[in-house]
Every structure is written in structure tokens, then in C-alpha cells.
Design a protein around this ligand. Structure first.
Ligand SMILES: [Zn+2]
Length: 288
């Protein structure tokens, strides 16, 4: 499932082909994905100019000249493919992929005025798209109630300390709570706690101010490094198949059960426990 860095990578990949461009034709090939598409979605998108592409949590938001905003959620398996007809290659410069043959799970297709085609393919159909008035975007059910962006200015140690104070839940669960921080998922919470040397089962309310203060820049770092890795994959994807969204990134603790801890001087092995149905990977020596 794509986490915040993957979604940000997709957004950055879409910016050069979509931002400032008119959607000359939107094609919607089915009535729903996870939820029904909004009424007349293709009509409402066709002819609209994409003014800006933003990200909130794991959602991509395309603000349109029509006063509406298109929300895109990749779900579990959603992929964005960028292609162009042969003739548009020169104009698009770096986008060298000729339109592939349509695939079974190509659910939504945008043809842009610059000749680029953006195809949303989602085999498992847990993805979603919705349209809303831009002015009311923050009130959308998927967006209302989300906590601050971990990479934004309103997320700092004062905020985090206030939210964790007196909390009787494990820090792992607290950091996964989207009302507390938007967009942090299982992988990056595991990485954060490893680098912070905090055991995932530690009760959030028991953390010392120093530990909380230390965690904030670590959260930003693990996400920023993954976004950076996504950026490199974006530079490489032009040689691949024009697909955005998934990239190879190595983790220090996530998925490494039974492997040696990477902290210098530590000879313990990474362990895995299950918390609220999710795997937590940690070093029993470094994280206490
Ligand atoms: Zn260790």
C-alpha cells in the first residue's frame, strides 16, 4: 500500500504533465472504484485546467479552473501511468513512453492538452476519485479531521507533546492515528521508533519530553529520505515503463525480522510483534 512518500512521488511525477494543462478529454470506464465515482465525472473534468496539484496525507488533490478539486486516492494497488503519442514526444521532452495498449484495469484516463495521457490503473479497486468544491475541500469526509502534515510547519514537538500527554496507548498506535498526524503509515512509524530508540509498546504518555522532541526531526527525516529515494526512482522511471508510484527503498528495521540490528555495536536481531493487527519491527536492545 503506498504510503506518504510514494504518494508524494506520484504527485511530483504528475506535476510536469498535468499542472497548468487542460484536460482535453476525461474517460471514465466504470461506475465505481472503492466508492461510486461522482456524478458526470468525465463531463466535469473534460475542459478543466489543472491549476495545481497538492497532496494532503495520502491523497493527491488537483485544483481545477472549474472551482472544483479532484481527489485521487491510490488505494492498495492504484498506479498512474504517463504516456504520449509518438508525435508529442518532442514537446514533452522527458516523457518517452508511447501509449501502451489499454489494459483491463485502466479505469480513468486523462488526455492532456500537451499530448500526455495519464492513466489510472487499479487492479484491486481500493482506490478512489471524488470531486468537490475547492473552497470546501477541507471538509471532505476523507480529509476532515486529519492531523497536521508531518512535513508541515504546524507539526512540532509542542504539538506532539500536547497530543501524547496522558495517552494510555502504545506510541506505535498513537503515531498511526491519522487525527494526530496525517499520512504516517506502518513502515515509517517502525523506522521512526527504531531511530528514536523507543520500544513500539511504550505507552505514549510515558515518553519523556526529550524523547518526544527527538522524534519530530526523525519523523521528518525518514519521510524526506524516502521522498528523495522516490525522486531518484522518478528520474529512472523514464527508462522503465512510465509507471509512477512504487520504488525500491531499503529500510533499517521494517521487514527485517531475524536480521541483525544495524546499529553499530549492537549484536541483537530484529524482532517482530503484532500490535492492533499490524507488524511492528524493532530491536529489543536498542529500543526500550
Ligand atoms: Zn539494536
Amino acid at each position: 500500500m503506498p504510503e506518504l512518500p510514494e504518494v508524494e512521488t506520484v504527485r511530483r511525477g504528475l506535476v510536469p504533465v498535468m499542472e497548468g494543462q487542460v484536460i482535453t478529454q476525461a474517460q471514465v470506464n466504470r461506475a465505481d472504484l472503492r466508492w461510486p465515482f461522482p456524478d458526470r465525472m468525465a463531463d466535469r473534468l473534460t475542459g478543466a485546467q489543472v491549476i495545481g496539484l497538492r497532496r494532503r496525507s495520502k491523497y493527491i488533490l488537483a485544483d481545477l479552473s472549474t472551482g472544483e478539486t479532484l481527489l485521487i486516492h491510490l488505494g492498495m494497488s492504484g498506479r498512474m501511468l504517463i504516456s504520449a503519442p509518438d508525435g508529442a514526444r518532442a514537446a514533452l521532452g522527458e516523457f518517452h513512453h508511447v501509449h501502451p495498449a489499454p489494459e483491463k484495469h485502466d479505469h480513468v484516463v486523462f488526455d492532456m492538452a500537451n499530448g500526455a495521457r495519464v492513466t489510472f490503473n487499479d487492479a484491486r479497486r481500493f482506490g478512489a476519485m471524488d470531486l468537490m468544491a475547492t473552497a470546501k475541500a477541507g471538509a471532505h469526509p476523507l480529509l476532515a479531521g486529519l492531523g497536521p502534515e508531518p512535513l508541515g510547519n504546524s507539526f512540532d514537538d509542542t504539538y506532539l507533546a500536547g497530543k501524547l500527554k496522558g495517552k494510555n496507548t502504545p506510541i506505535k498506535a498513537a503515531l498511526l492515528d491519522q487525527r494526530l498526524i496525517a499520512g504516517l503509515g506502518n513502515i515509517y512509524v517502525c523506522e521512526t521508533l527504531y531511530r528514536s530508540r523507543i520500544h513500539p509498546a511504550t505507552l505514549a504518555g510515558k515518553l519523556k519530553p526529550r524523547q518526544i522532541a527527538q522524534m519530530v526531526p526523525i519523523i521528518r527525516d525518514v519521510l524526506a529520505e524516502a521522498i528523495e529515494a522516490g525522486g531518484s526512482s522518478l528520474r529512472d522511471y523514464r527508462q522503465a515503463d512510465g509507471e509512477l508510484g512504487y520504488f525500491q527503498h531499503s529500510f533499517q528495521v521494517y521487514g527485517r525480522e531475524g536480521d541483525p540490528c544495524l546499529t553499530q555495536g549492537c549484536d541483537a536481531v530484529v524482532q517482530r510483534i503484532v500490535q492492533s493487527g499490524r507488524s511492528s519491527f524493532f530491536c529489543p536492545v536498542c529500543q526500550r
